[in-house]
Design a protein around this ligand. Structure first.
Ligand SMILES: O=C(O)CCC(=O)C(=O)O
Ligand SMILES: [Fe+2]
Length: 283
């Protein structure tokens, strides 16, 4: 079939499928089964659904959804090879969009990131002590530091891997954040996007726009506790060295169901590397 026409009837059918809660992958498969060329079907789906979602958001006073990072999972592969490195697909969830990866980093890469950041965590503790301030952020009791993008070879390799895996430009990523949680430390449930209602948000958004995705990679395996939790869907991701949990949010709104936190560490330490992905270039 050539010169396939996307008729108003087809558009309405696509919208009806979406309203009935059918997965876009399944709708695409149906279209291809009935003779639609994959490229034409994809464009028709994307155009129709993005137009519909935009109108729906505007009519209901919601932020308009935007494109988000996403791994290529159309054929439900069990592994993805990125730059010669094999990453396992451990589990996926559609709403909220969550994907757990295995072997995001090798053990050696995890150890290297811990070694490179440990000094700087120690230094930031000294700075806090020297102010004489006893102020503690009770929502986030971990110690943290940021690498700048491409700061060293392991960061650069990791960032290139993330960009290829999630189909998102390397320039749209913030520098990697390293967090260390000691026993009792936690990160209370929160959203990673910047709250549009906060006075400081417009200023933050000037550099790179909103955050649209997060990848949290576990750099070690705590003995007990420290799961990443998604309270809206009662999901707990166990922190396992080298594994990573990815989630995306197409608008800065709780409807994305991406409320998440780091549960208290009970025994041992928990180290993670967090990569936040922005809508635009983060320079
Ligand atoms: O430590 C975790 O499991 C979650 C970390 C997190 O939410 C973040 O870095 O934004
Ligand atoms: Fe977070």
């Amino acid at each position: 079939m050539s010169e396939q026409q996307v008729t108003p009837e087809l558009r309405q059918w696509i919208v009806d499928q979406a309203k009935a809660g059918r997965d876009p992958d399944a709708v695409l498969k149906s279209m291809m089964d009935s003779g639609w060329n994959e490229d034409v079907a994809l464009v028709a789906l994307e155009d129709t659904l993005s137009g519909f979602l935009k109108e729906h958001a505007e009519a209901n006073g919601l932020p308009v959804p935007v494109r988000v990072p996403e791994p290529e999972l159309f054929d439900s592969p069990s592994t993805l090879v990125v730059d010669g490195h094999e990453i396992r697909i451990v589990m996926t969830l559609r709403n909220p969009r969550v994907v757990v990866f295995g072997n995001m980093l090798t053990d050696d890469e995890c150890d290297e990131l811990v070694a490179l950041s440990r000094q700087r965590l120690a230094r930031s503790e000294t700075v806090v002590t020297s102010t004489g301030s006893s102020e503690v952020n009770v929502a986030r009791t971990s110690d943290g530091m940021f690498f700048s993008r491409g700061e060293n070879a392991v960061c650069a390799r990791f960032e290139a891997r993330i960009a290829a895996l999630l189909n998102w430009p390397i320039e749209n990523g913030e520098g990697l954040q390293i967090l260390r949680y000691r026993p009792g430390a936690e990160y209370k449930p929160h959203y990673d996007y910047f709250d549009p209602a906060h006075a400081g948000t417009p200023n933050i958004l000037k550099r790179g726009g909103q955050r649209v995705g997060t990848l949290v990679t576990y750099l070690n395996t705590p003995t007990l506790g420290g799961a990443t939790t998604f309270p809206d869907v009662h999901l707990e991701v166990a922190p396992v060295k080298g594994n990573a949990v990815f989630f995306s949010y197409d608008r800065p709104h709780p409807m994305t169901r991406t409320l998440h936190g780091g549960a208290p560490v009970i025994e041992g330490e928990k180290w993670v590397a967090t990569k936040w992905l922005r809508q635009g270039r983060f320079d």
